[in-house]
Design a protein around this ligand. Structure first.
Ligand code: PMT
Length: 402
């Protein structure tokens, strides 16, 4: 699967360095050529000989050692890389690279490389949550560097927390995903909405729905992986953010409406996956509403229909909606396609097991303007996302309109 690919693995000084031996072994079994760079601190945890035996390559530990190659070593390594994976990525290496410091072999190779760089952080949970580390991660993500989220569990110091190196098979899966995805959306700008909206009633209560954001986040991740420049306008969710995506957080349908209408003109493709509340409370109490009578009435008023409004102003932009239905799936989807002037709609029957809200998987039907329908079997939300984008890319006539 990785034959012909060169993976540079940068090992930093953390107890999780021993797990990276397994990552290298798995990459080799998949056919990748693996070059290892160890920092000065990393060799205190695992010996270079261990990595040399697994990678079958000399391990680079010293910037000024006699070079193995005829040209400048950090440049030749950077050129050769299809991907650079830094694992465990310590607060130190994250901070160094975010600050533009290149004072050892790993940081100079990263600085010289054009290949994608994947950081796999592992550290104490307080260190990981430190605002300085988080600011550095955000800054690097905005520059196109990729990050995996650490796992939560027992840490080396004996406490529970978020900071464990993800399991080697998951790291390898992420590397495969980055290396094998096609870049057919390079140059396209995609605006995506995801998650629920939350409509307040009083300071402690709100109206919302079961959307977890998983489907919309998967579409955003897939589009970014395929080279698109992606903005994600997200309602309140508690899932990890996609990599290389500009995220704008909103709470209510009105806020989502304002953000979408402010930015849509800058995008070629708009995909509305958010489950936007159709109604909001007509009045929002400043104080917690007390129980009085046996019955209580809440007056609701309509929220803006963002997608419908976009349908009226979209111009040449490609407009894609989704719909979550419990009955008459195709009839309702076709009606929305027409009424909201969409180019395509993705319908999911949320009563089916493995489909719709909160699930890891989805079962979708893609309906294009003109009536062509494609029904897909159950698959992961990320795989669904790629199928949705594949269909969008067949509507080539519409795209790249800016
Ligand atoms: O987030 P997950 O847990 O992964 O679940 C995914 C999902 C089920 C939420 C997703 O796949 C989905 O179906 N999203 C759309 C849900 C929905 O609100 O459908 P709808 O039929 O109410 O709306 C149709 C379209 O109009 C949607 O694109 C919606 O974003 C848009 N809309 C709806 C109401 C409104 N006021 N403004 C809108 O723009």
């Amino acid at each position: 699967m990785l034959k012909g690919k060169t993976v540079i693995v940068g090992v930093c000084g953390g107890i999780a360095a021993y797990k990276v031996v397994d990552v290298v072994s798995r990459l080799r079994k998949l056919g990748a050529e693996v070059e290892i760079i160890m920092t000065e601190n990393a060799i205190k945890f695992v010996t270079p000989l261990t990595f040399q035996s697994i990678s079958h390559r000399p391990v680079i530990t010293d910037m000024f050692k006699e070079p193995e190659y005829w040209d400048i070593q950090h440049i030749s390594l950077a050129k050769k890389a299809d991907i650079i994976v830094i694992a465990p990525a310590t607060a130190n290496i994250i901070g160094k690279i975010a600050g533009g410091i290149a004072d050892d072999m790993l940081s100079t190779v990263v600085m010289a490389a054009k290949a994608p760089v994947l950081f796999v952080p592992a550290m104490n949970c307080n260190m990981y949550e430190n605002p300085i580390v988080q600011k550095n991660i955000k800054a690097l993500t905005a520059q196109g560097y990729m990050f995996m989220e650490p796992d939560t569990g027992m840490l080396a110091e004996g406490t529970q927390g978020k900071g464990r190196l993800p399991e080697p098979p998951d790291i390898v899966k992420e590397i495969i995903r980055i290396l094998t995805v096609k870049k057919d959306m390079k140059g396209l700008k995609v605006l995506i909405t995801a998650g629920p909206t939350r409509e307040p009633i009083d300071p402690v209560r709100y109206i919302s729905n079961r959307s977890s954001g998983k489907m919309g986040y998967a579409v955003a991740q897939a589009a970014a992986d395929r080279g698109a420049s992606v903005r994600l306008i997200s309602g309140p969710v508690s899932i990890s953010s996609p990599y290389n995506v500009d995220i704008v957080n909103v709470l209510t349908a009105s806020e989502m409406h304002a953000e979408v209408m402010k930015s849509y003109k800058d995008f070629d493709i708009i995909i509305m996956v958010a489950a936007v509340a159709d109604y909001k409370s007509a009045e929002i109490s400043d104080i917690k509403i007390k129980k009085k009578d046996d019955e209580m009435y809440l007056k609701l008023e309509r929220n803006p229909d963002i997608l419908k409004e976009l349908g009226g102003v979209k111009g040449k932009r490609l407009l894609v909606g989704t719909c979550a239905e419990t009955n008459d799936l195709l009839e309702n989807a076709k009606e929305k396609l027409q009424a909201k002037n969409l180019d395509m709609i993705v319908a999911n029957d949320v009563t089916m097991e493995g489909a719709g809200f909160e699930a890891e998987t989805n079962i979708i039907k893609i309906i294009k303007r003109g009536g062509k329908i494609r029904e897909l079997p159950i698959m992961s939300k990320l795989a669904c996302a790629h199928e949705i984008l594949n269909e969008i890319m067949t509507l080539g006539g519409y795209i790249k309109c800016l």
